[in-house]
Ligand binder design. Sequence first.
Ligand code: SF4
Length: 99
Amino acid sequence: MSTLKPITVNVDAYLGLNKYEVDEGNPHIEVAPEPETELFKELVRICPAGLYKMDGDQPMSVDFAGCLECGTCRIVGAGAIIASWRYPSATMGIEYRYG
Ligand code: SF4
C-alpha cells in the first residue's frame, strides 16, 4: 500500500512568477470615496493577492499593481467599495506564467 506525501505550495513564489504591466495613472479599479469599513475588511480577507490593506488605525489602502484580475472584489464590493472595475487596457495588467 502506498502512502501519499503531502504537497506544499508556496503561493507567494507562484505569484512572484507573474509579470505585470501597470498602467500608472489609469487604474482599472476605482474605490468609492467613502468605502464601508466592515465590507472593506472582507476584501482584506478574500483578495487572493492581498492588495487590500487595513492595519489597526491605519487608513484603508489598495495597491492594484499586483492585481490578478480575478474579479472577486468587483462582485463582493460592488457599489459599497468598488466604484468601477474594468480590465486593464490591451497589453497592460497581469501576464500569467506557470513556471
Ligand atoms: S480583482 Fe482579484 S486580485 Fe484584483 S484586487 Fe480584486 S480581488 Fe484582488
